[in-house]
Design a protein around this ligand. Sequence first.
Ligand SMILES: Cc1cc2nc3c(=O)[nH]c(=O)nc-3n(C[C@H](O)[C@H](O)[C@H](O)COP(=O)(O)O)c2cc1C
Length: 410
Amino acid sequence: MSASSLLFKSTRVAGLEVRHRIVMAPMTRSRSTQPGDIPNAMNARYYAQRASAALIVTEATQISPQGKGYSFTPGIYSPEQVAGWRLVSKAVHAAGGRLFLQLWHVGRMSHPDFHNGELPVAPSAVPFEGKIWKADPATGVGTMVDCPTPRALTTGEIKGIVADYRRGARNAMDAGFDGVEIHGANGYLVDQFLRTTSMRFLKQVVDSVADEVGAERTAIRLAPFLTARGMACPDILPTILEATQYLQTRGIAYLHLVEADWDDAPQFTEEFRQAIRARFTRPIIVAGRYDKVRAEWVLSKGYADLVAFGRPFLANPDLPHRLANDLPLATFDSGALFGGGRRGYSDYPNCRDTGRAGEVRKRRTSMPAPPTRSTFGSVAAIQSNQRHRFKPTAGSKVFTGHPNQASDSP
Ligand SMILES: Cc1cc2nc3c(=O)[nH]c(=O)nc-3n(C[C@H](O)[C@H](O)[C@H](O)COP(=O)(O)O)c2cc1C
């Protein structure tokens, strides 16, 4: 590690002193205990293994049954879920880590099968192109399925959803989290409202969460350049800049920006980075195909204060150590991303503990290129790929939705 490395310079975020600038990006892994979408000991082990991140942002977590859009994702609305998340926060804190829970309402990115046959909800009832990953609970086999045209929310229902965000934030505090990140990116409900060029819903959600748990424990993730999932909106950049100004006045913990994570997508321009920085003086986190060199660059320009890594954290639980020492990075098993047990989840070794298995994993040192063009779409393609890979075979371990299957010792 070079003495001048900015990535390994300590800083403060959300009132916490952190030793470096490497954040673990939120990543859905669809391994909660069923029924009930309850986080479990295996999840606690997975997160604790990655506790050397400056901050962990958990996988997106639905604030209500209506907020769900993918199979086996965890919630933060029932007492059982709060107890499950407590296992996670305890394990991460015991390992010296810090963690924010990502609060999620998918809006129209969902399917009637998650809602007793009712339509998913959205700001308005317009058709759009979007797919979600849905598994058959009996077999654990998942496929990408189209989202139907949603129904429009009423004003009263919107108030109820804002209250659900508040309750989710309170529950996260009760579960021992250091804060919450509102998922305002990737075409989910907050983003759907933003693309109507209205900031009202974002403001209501941020206000209610910040009033409940404090602005210093409230953060948000936004995806300014997203165009997939029906999110192409010519006025989005001015809307995001206006929102940024509002977030600055609210004094939130940090602003987390999703950058292009596919090859030929529109990149953040320096002009846009400067416009964001001019409006937001508190910590900015960026994510999207960062490696050490690009991370040092974005920090050196002052455009960001921390850098979130997603895919590199999957197979490299000790990613900060590997980056600090320029060690090779292991590649992840794309067939084990969503659903399943500990294989391809909590069984990746640290460098220091590698035996033979670790050596084998380390042979390939580069990250595979994301297979598709959309921000979360790259994940969607991996999920789609999994349709072929994640089939039950004689003796194979397939997630069946049985409560005991997705459990492990912490
Ligand atoms: C398996 C997987 C699951 C993801 N789930 C989420 C999620 O729950 N919430 C979210 O905001 N982003 C999610 N993302 C996007 C990542 O947080 C990150 O922005 C993206 O992977 C780009 O970073 P990377 O190039 O370092 O992987 C996910 C990405 C992956 C690979």
